[in-house]
Design a protein around this ligand. Structure first.
Ligand code: ZN
Ligand code: ZN
Length: 319
């Protein structure tokens, strides 16, 4: 359950065409293959992320950066396929038909349910961190500790960086430290933040709403970047002198391409990294959405889709 599922289902972005079937962090087993499928066989453990097609020919697609396809990728749900015109329906379902080029291999070393959030939350953070070549000796800030943020901490720590978490929920301090952060800062605590002025190589913002980025820019070193992966909202005024005086960039990053999604799955499979999840039956989805909005999830809901056939909605027997 990605926060996007809530926005799209509730038409928060005024772009939903009903009926909608959300879900773009999907893990399952191959049930059948078409005659020209070469990479997968029945029974394979596979994943599907936020995209199910793209033009395949543009400069971005050729580099496996399908998320930046010049014609726009076909998203996994509430999206129209540019070629066929068909509307897509996502993973809150018991089956999906997907072209093999957009199917990922899920490492057998990972719990399939905990691996599902790697398809969107995981690759979103991984792609941003990789683009900025994060590694040992660098200091990174993850802004917001939700589904995206908690994966960002795990991945940045695994890449060797020193990681600080910015959160307004001080109740999450223990979690942040457990995930590998060395510091937890609250944006309201300006004293602590001032001490960190010009301290960070990179800040990755997972905040999903409009926010003032200027206080964060004060924390960046020369040539540092504030990268937005969460908010698809307008950014309020940014102080140009702050950017120019230290050659700072405010940038964005959007999910990740197919090759990079496989890369994050393999990276996590080798290191035993996956999301912290709460497994629910589909019957609990409305309260789960409310809890996502209330930031009351640690840190990703995953739906056991077998429950779709279960009137009582109990998953206890399948655990
Ligand atoms: Zn998502
Ligand atoms: Zn393309």
């Amino acid at each position: 359950v990605c926060h996007t599922d809530v926005h799209e289902t509730r038409n928060d972005w005024h772009s939903t065409s009903y009926p909608i079937v959300p879900g773009h962090e999907i893990v399952g087993r191959v049930r059948a293959t078409g005659s020209r499928v070469t990479r997968f066989v029945v029974g394979d453990l596979v994943g599907i992320g936020a995209m199910v097609d793209s033009c395949r020919h543009c400069e971005a697609c050729v580099k496996s950066l399908q998320q930046y396809c010049h014609r726009g990728p076909t998203f996994t749900y509430n999206s129209k396929n540019n070629v066929t015109g068909e509307v897509t329906y996502g993973g809150y379902s018991d089956s999906l038909v997907v072209n093999e080029d957009f199917v990922l291999r899920v490492p057998s070393s990972l719990n399939p349910a905990a691996a599902a959030p790697l398809m969107c939350a995981g690759v979103t953070m991984y792609s941003a961190l990789r683009h900025y070549a994060i590694g040992a000796g660098m200091k990174i800030g993850i802004v917001g500790l939700g589904g995206l943020g908690h994966m960002g901490v795990k991945l940045a720590v695994a890449m060797g960086a020193e990681v600080a978490v910015f959160t307004t929920s001080l109740g999450k301090t223990g979690d942040a430290l457990r995930l590998g952060a060395t510091e937890v800062l609250t944006p309201a605590n300006l004293d602590a933040v001032t001490q960190h002025a010009r301290n960070f190589d990179l800040l990755v913002s997972t905040i999903g709403s409009v926010h003032d980025v200027n206080p964060y820019l004060e924390l960046l070193k020369r040539d540092g970047s504030y990268v937005i992966v969460g908010a698809l909202e307008p950014i309020p005024t940014v102080r140009g002198n702050l950017l120019a005086s230290r050659r700072i960039a405010v940038a964005g990053s959007f999910i990740g391409g197919i090759a990079e999604t496989q890369e994050v799955l393999d990276f996590c499979g080798e290191r035993g990294i996956a999301a912290d999840i709460e497994l629910i039956p589909i019957q609990d989805i409305n309260s789960a959405f409310d809890r996502v909005v209330a930031k009351d999830v640690r840190y990703r809901f995953v739906i056991d889709m077998a429950s779709i056939h279960d009137r009582a909605g109990t998953i206890a027997s399948r655990r």
